[in-house]
Design a protein around this ligand. Structure first.
Ligand code: SOE
Length: 378
């Protein structure tokens, strides 16, 4: 007998679509006791939220998220709104006893993140943050290979997340779709939006980061506000690069920018260990490159693993070996794992507490760029 997991979605943008697709696909492909039901979609604009609800199959709409939290037929709240609204909604949802699936980054900063962790832990409600790249099968496989100890001692971790969509000074800041360019709404620029993904994966694969030294730059100093037309200073980081040390003694280098002409969403990561190396690239997401020094020397070289076999993470649920999955499946996998965690009583990582660790690194990176010195993470 399946049990309903009634979802209340707040927001209807890019992530609202990605998550809704995840909820809808899970029952088709995953055998979970809890089955997501799209109960209600909530946003201020009635026409737009109705159109969103019709497209994705939500049973009803709300225009006031607080009213939605009062409803007994909502089990879990999905927060898909700009970052400056996460804290208030998450704390209220926890107080209302709802489970929470919050879009990344957890909060505007670690201070807010701590309050959010305390709220969900006090209320004892299940919580998770949508750092979706962990659940790309090739990335999960990389984590499994490292966890098995196959790479031996890890020396280096490096990650990039490169885009090019803000090079024109005509791109506005603030409001629908471009809130990511407004510090008031996003908290930071590429650090919270893109490097946060890289940091989450890095911590998951290689353990905690203990110190960082960073530089940031804002290439375009003023942009028009999308809604008011007013020319305003740009307060986000357009680009950021930082060095880091991990608790396990390894060193890292991270870089992100929205000014790398030609790169649309190039998230790459590489891990170098004593016995081997791993390398992954979002533009080619179903491949994992693996160098194993234990291979016989005459055939030793970089293997290109096509992560599509039934024995690869999540892949037994999809097609036949050789046929791959894509970006949207990382969200489907997250929903499936969340449903499974309700059955097993285990956490569905990253929890708010896990995501707070990423938030602390982001804060340290931004502080280091200002102080021009190394910052430690407690
Ligand atoms: C920004 O362009 C963005 O959409 C991020 O907000 C997402 O988290 C990232 O996965 C893709 O790029």
């Amino acid at each position: 007998m399946s049990k309903a997991l009634n979802i209340g979605m707040i927001g209807y943008g890019f992530m609202g679509r990605a998550h809704s697709n995840g909820y809808n696909r899970v029952p088709n492909f995953f055998d979970t006791e809890y089955v997501p039901v799209l109960k209600t979609a909530c946003a201020r604009n009635k026409e737009k939220v109705q159109a969103f609800a019709d497209t994705w199959g939500y049973e009803s709409i709300e225009t006031d998220w607080r009213k939605m939290l009062e409803r007994d037929d909502i089990d879990a709240v999905d927060i898909c709104v700009p970052n400056n609204l996460h804290k208030e909604m998450a704390i209220a949802a926890a107080e209302a006893g709802k489970m929470i699936l919050c879009e990344k980054p957890l909060a505007m900063n670690a201070e807010e993140g701590i309050e959010m962790c305390e709220a969900v832990e006090k209320a004892g409600v299940k919580n998770t943050v949508w750092y979706n790249y962990r659940r790309v099968p090739a990335v999960t496989l990389a984590k499994n290979i490292v966890d098995r100890g196959d790479l031996g001692k890890i020396f280096h971790y490096r990650a990039n997340f490169l885009q090019d969509w803000t090079i024109s000074p005509d791109v506005p800041q603030g409001g629908a779709a471009v809130w990511r360019l407004s510090a008031e709404e996003a908290g930071s620029g590429v650090t919270g939006d893109l490097l946060a993904h890289c940091i989450d994966t890095a911590i998951w694969i290689n353990g905690n980061i203990t110190s960082v030294t960073a530089m940031t730059e804002t290439f375009i100093k003023e942009r028009k506000h999308q809604d008011t037309g007013e020319m305003l200073p740009v307060n986000i980081d357009d680009a950021c690069a930082f060095l880091a040390r991990f608790e396990n003694g390894s060193l890292a280098i991270f870089e992100s920018t929205r000014y790398a002409r030609g790169h649309k969403a190039l998230y790459t990561l590489e891990v170098n260990g004593e016995n081997g190396s791993l390398s992954w690239d979002l533009h080619d997401l179903h491949h994992l490159k693996y160098f194993n020094h234990d291979d016989e020397s005459i055939v030793r070289g970089w293997r290109d693993i096509h992560v599509s076999d039934g024995e690869h993470p999540y892949m037994d649920k999809w097609w036949v070996p050789g046929l791959q999955v894509g970006y949207e499946h990382s969200f489907v996998h997250h929903v499936a794992d969340f449903c499974k965690s309700l059955e097993t009583g285990e956490e569905c990582g990253p929890t708010f507490r896990d995501a707070l660790e990423t938030q602390k690194v982001c804060d340290a990176v931004l502080n280091s760029a200002k102080s021009k010195s190394w910052e430690t993470i407690n």
